[in-house]
Ligand binder design. Sequence first.
Ligand SMILES: Cc1cc2nc3c(=O)[nH]c(=O)nc-3n(C[C@H](O)[C@H](O)[C@H](O)COP(=O)(O)O)c2cc1C
Length: 370
Amino acid sequence: MPDPDGQAVEVLSLADVAAAAKAVTSAAVWDFIEGGSGVERSLRANRAGLDAVYVLPRILRDVSRQSAAGVLLGSPVSMPVVTAPMAYQRLVNAEGELAAARAAKVADVPFTVSMLSSVSVEELAAAGGTLWFQLYWLRDRAVTLELLERAEAAGCQALMLTVDVPRMGRRLRDVRNGFTLPPGVTAVHLGGPETSAHRWQSGASAVAAHTQQIFDPTLSWSDLGWLRERTTMPLIVKGVLDPNDAARAAGAGVAGLVVSNHGGRQLDGSAAGIDVLPKIREAVDGRCQVYLDGGIRGGGDVLGALARGADAVLLGRPILWGLAAAGERGVNDVLSLLREEFDHAMILAGCRDLADVRQLQVVDSRAPMR
Ligand SMILES: Cc1cc2nc3c(=O)[nH]c(=O)nc-3n(C[C@H](O)[C@H](O)[C@H](O)COP(=O)(O)O)c2cc1C
């Protein structure tokens, strides 16, 4: 991976990629990517939760043959990782989502297309990997329906409805920066070249103003049924933290849940997904898949998340770090490093396959075993 002067940078951890990305990204865009809402308590909780997870490695298990491969909603994957939906990826690289989707294809993991993608789902489908499509609930039901049809026609394998953004969290870094999209970066699925997200206002996030205009806060349980009737794609609900909600969603026939506080970008003070995962697993009782996101920064985190009850993890910001640092090659580096670290962690933990990982016992260092 090159540094800003074109010198090769040794990448031994995802933190190395973050450093390379920061060096080539404007301060306002870096803040948009890295920032959380409020005083960023929930952002920190994600790392604190993962940092507290320790596993009990198993011994004497012949790990000469090990595989991280699995199946997520019918799609074979090389490891239990999916790229998280993230808006406006052309902010950090001219090819944007296209480069990231190509890298996900090489790594053999699904790429989730954000509804606010800056490259269209049809162009991404032409790249050929497994695509999932993420939807926000729009005030204009006709546009939602049209997007559903486009995603399905493009061959997306799952539909992910994000339910934790009735309005955007107060992301103070963006407010202070008056964060506004540059002219060439648009939400291509929503038509028109420019929106209120491109109109600078002093002391306000234009991106937040735009979402407030188009997102529909009336979204409720009955809408899940409406959605399920209109698509054959398996439905995933993203942004679940309360086990009661998880149980209800599983009962409503969803195929998967993403246990998530939106990378600490929505309610500041919402719990970290990793901390509620065991309770959610229990509530769901095998009725649907359970995914985790928030703070995953290495193969050891993937191991810990699976041991705690996740079927897979969503990887967010590190994808953007790779994209910013070196485009498609940078995202390749991120995903192959994660894979290498996860394989290594599995072997050292005595795990031959993902079923072994899920059976590992976990200690939370904030509540030691007695
Ligand atoms: C720059 C950025 C844009 C995002 N855009 C979306 C989005 O369009 N839809 C969505 O459901 N989540 C979005 N998210 C949240 C991610 O899908 C994910 O929940 C979160 O980033 C995971 O945490 P991590 O970044 O710590 O891995 C975004 C996150 C970031 C950092």
